[in-house]
Ligand binder design. Structure first.
Ligand code: ACO
Length: 326
């Protein structure tokens, strides 16, 4: 039996730091509100004209290739999870593949909002377990600043830009890597969290621009409630069927949307916060990138055999949890 493991991580965040002080000069908000309600002090923004999600994804993948020493010609596939693709088509993954100069790979985008990284890691794991593929780059990347309305104080403080990439490979070693997962999508989320325009229903027009329909809309309280319930129930289910508890879980790695959501999930799981990976304060919500960015920043804390539960919730609604043994 082949098990799928992460053999390296690369990450990239833009240099530009948008802090709460600067935001409070753009809209009617302040550091105290944002810190107490959301727990974000600053976020990174890709400000350079003409650069999109693929730029950050490529930077993360380049670091990954350098760190792992993997031969670019040995990569079988590139999967980019994003909700902020460079273009309607071609896929962001194909742009990344081209810029990296990969010759023997295929590429596709994975569209599952904030769950994108977890869903696509699972799909990549299945591809590796099949034995037909040996090396797959899985990237979570989002340029959320491209869909955030910087005139809307209820959303503009929440999001940032970033990307992180992992290399997924096979091993015959037992009891390691992607161990289990539980994912669901319930389709109820459309009215509560969406970017209405730009797709095939609401094609670009003066109307969509005038009504700011190309920006992210969310009903924060509803999203908050669903996020807490789904992520904690999904983690509890994964924990129960794998005999995991607060003593043998090393980290829960949650999607980073709001520190209060993360704390509520930890409380429901009866886990102390030092067993929860948190980086929301300096990166904000980078959608598909939050979980791999947290792994990238905290890799030095992980030891072989550590039990991780990763969990996410996002537009759709999509949600789930997966169990990974490091
Ligand atoms: N600064 C100051 N005041 C603000 C701000 C701000 N940035 N934003 C909202 N307020 C005000 C509101 O106008 C409201 O004022 P009012 O009472 O006079 O009407 C008051 O603060 C309370 O607003 P609520 O929306 O009730 O605040 P809440 O505590 O629910 O926090 C938040 C809002 C942060 C959006 C929260 O609901 C949340 O985090 N929801 C989940 C968001 C999420 O997870 N989204 C993404 C998931 S999917 C993905 O990652 C793409």
């Amino acid at each position: 039996k082949i098990n799928a493991i992460i053999t390296g991580i690369g990450g990239y965040v833009p240099d530009y730091v948008l802090d709460n002080e600067e935001l409070s000069r753009m809209v009617d908000t302040n550091d105290e509100w944002i810190m107490t309600r959301v727990g974000i002090r600053e976020r990174r923004i890709l400000t350079e004209e003409g650069l999109g999600t693929s730029y950050m994804a490529r930077k993360a993948a380049k670091q990954l290739l350098a760190r792992t020493g993997a031969d670019p010609d040995s990569i079988d596939a590139v999967i980019v999870s994003t909700s902020t693709a460079d273009y309607q088509f071609p896929s962001t993954a194909s742009v990344v593949l081209g810029k990296l100069g990969l010759k023997n790979a295929f590429a596709f985008d994975f569209w599952a909002a904030c769950c994108g990284f977890l869903y696509s890691l699972d799909v990549a794991a299945g591809m590796i377990q099949s034995g037909r593929y040996k090396k797959i780059i899985v990237i979570g990347a989002d340029k959320m600043s491209s869909v955030v309305d910087y005139k809307d104080r209820s959303t503009c403080a929440l999001f940032g830009d970033g990307a992180a990439a992992v290399l997924v490979e096979g091993t015959t070693e037992e009891n390691i890597g992607v161990m289990d997962s539980y994912f669901r999508a319930d389709g109820k989320g459309l009215p509560f969290l969406h970017v209405k325009a730009g797709g095939s229903v609401c094609t670009p027009s003066h109307f969509t621009v005038d009504h700011r329909l190309h920006y992210l809309y969310q009903e924060g309280r509803t999203v908050f409630r669903y996020a807490v319930t789904s992520m904690s129930d999904d983690c509890a289910l994964i924990a129960e069927r794998n005999n995991l508890d607060k003593d043998n879980i090393r980290f829960v790695v949650p999607h980073q949307a709001n520190i209060r959501i993360i704390e509520a999930v930890a409380k429901r799981l009866d886990l102390p916060m030092d067993k929860v990976m948190v980086n929301i304060e300096h990166f904000g919500n980078t959608s598909a990138a939050t979980i791999p960015l947290a792994l990238w920043e905290n890799e030095h804390l992980l030891k072989k055999g550590d039990n991780l539960i990763m969990t996410a919730f996002g537009a759709g609604f999509v949600h789930g949890a997966s169990y990974y043994k490091w």
